[in-house]
Design a binder for this molecule. Structure first.
Ligand code: ADP
Ligand code: MG
Length: 389
């Protein structure tokens, strides 16, 4: 503002010094002032972002802030959680293996399933939800107290007076009971007391129908890498990564190790998007340049820690979100460059007197006209959807 007012006063003074009459000099000064009104510049970005946000919302994508939208537009590497993000998170029961079988009903292993279901009752992890859905009724009469969550490992609870642990091999190693790893392919939940390994149940999780297509599309959009960060076993991670067409994967990661992986990529200068759904993903969602939470199946804390929320849980919304963001940021940039260029040109023309006859008319165009053009340009963001269909 001080610069613009100074230029305007200077223009008037220079014309007076050059011997022109006061009215003429004042008109030049005022045209500079009118065209310098920053309305178009002020509108250039917010209007584009508002339109982008609206289009995102219509597609079930929520950008929490304008900065999220910008980060989405800059994304170079996509890192994805496995369970609930690439895969459906709805586990199919494969088999139950009782080792020290205390089960009364040897055929159904009902006792082991009952204990595991009781331990998982308070957990929100997709594995826990699937277990409770399948075997929850076995544990209806259990008294569960003092439940604990071991991030990236599993859970523990006191069931009818005895402490039990249910989780992956890391949890068994932490408790320090000797156990045998299952040979079956699938996500395993091992169960033990403080001293004794009881057995395990194995689940199979299937890849979401649109995950492969979404990842292919992200590649086509020029992403440098699409990788998976999971807390699950190596064999499953390899299988899912191959099926989903990912560039790589890291398995057996604890929540803080996921953060380290993302930070390592950021230190190499990449902008990293991380998409996940669970409580365990909250730290990495906060650490990534853009944290994307699965809004439907996602845990509240994951949604809270994220910058962008996908409502329908389908991975194919990810490329749509990035496209909307790229287009929005591109248009905001176009608007700024256009507004500054037109204004500088007209200011210069008005000040030096090239546009003598039409100075004021042009100045008004440079202000209101450029504003309207910036708004019209921002509306182009809406065309992405039509093109897609
Ligand atoms: P991911 O979503 O990639 O599986 P998580 O950090 O959510 O990563 O979980 C890592 C692993 O920890 C799971 O694969 C599972 O083996 C184990 N785990 C986590 N929570 C539970 C739970 N409530 N019950 C059993 N196992 C669990
Ligand atoms: Mg998960």
């Amino acid at each position: 503002m001080p610069a613009v007012i100074s230029i305007s006063v200077l223009t008037t003074l220079v014309w007076l010094l050059l011997g022109r009459e006061f009215g003429y000099a004042l008109a030049r000064g005022i045209s500079v002032l009118v065209i310098s009104c920053p309305c178009a510049l002020g509108l250039a970005t917010p209007v584009a972002i508002m339109v982008g946000n609206g289009l995102g919302a219509r597609n079930g994508i929520l950008f929490k802030t304008a900065a999220s939208l910008e980060a989405a537009g800059r994304t170079q590497i996509v890192a994805l959680d496995k369970t609930g993000t690439i895969t459906s998170g709805k586990f199919e029961f494969v088999r139950c293996e009782c080792v020290h079988c205390h089960c009364i009903d040897k055929h159904n292993h009902r006792e082991l399933l009952r204990i595991i279901a009781a331990c998982e009752r308070l957990s929100t992890h997709p594995i826990a939800k699937s277990i409770c859905l399948a075997f929850g009724q076995f544990a209806d009469d259990c008294v569960v107290t003092d439940a604990k969550n071991y991030a990236g490992m599993g859970v523990s609870a006191v069931v009818d007076g005895v402490r039990y642990y249910a989780g992956n091999e890391k949890l068994m190693q932490k408790i320090g009971v000797p156990f045998t790893e299952t040979q079956l392919v699938g996500t395993a939940v091992y169960c033990c007391t403080d001293t004794e390994f009881l057995g395990d149940i194995v689940f199979a999780d299937i890849i979401k129908t649109d995950s492969r297509e979404a990842i292919d599309r992200l590649h086509r959009m020029g992403m440098k890498q699409a990788i998976m960060l999971t807390g699950d076993r190596e064999s499953i991670a390899a299988d899912i990564a191959a099926k989903a067409g990912l560039d790589g994967y890291y398995a057996k990661l604890l929540p803080e190790e996921k953060v380290q992986r993302v930070q390592a990529l950021q230190q190499q200068g990449h902008t990293v998007l991380y998409a996940g759904d669970g409580i365990n993903d909250a730290p990495v969602l906060a650490a990534a340049d853009l944290g994307v939470a699965m809004g439907g199946a996602g845990a509240d804390v994951a949604i809270e820690a994220s910058d962008m929320v996908i409502q329908g849980d389908s991975l194919s919304q990810l490329p749509v979100g990035v496209t909307v963001a790229r287009k929005t940021v591109g248009i905001a940039r176009e608007n700024i460059i256009f507004a500054i260029a037109v204004k500088l040109l007209i200011i210069l023309g008005c000040a030096v007197g090239i546009f003598d006859e039409n100075a004021m008319w042009l100045a008004v165009f440079g202000d209101v006209g450029v504003c309207l053009l910036a708004v019209a340009n921002a509306l182009r963001v809406l065309h992405i959807r039509k093109k897609k269909k």
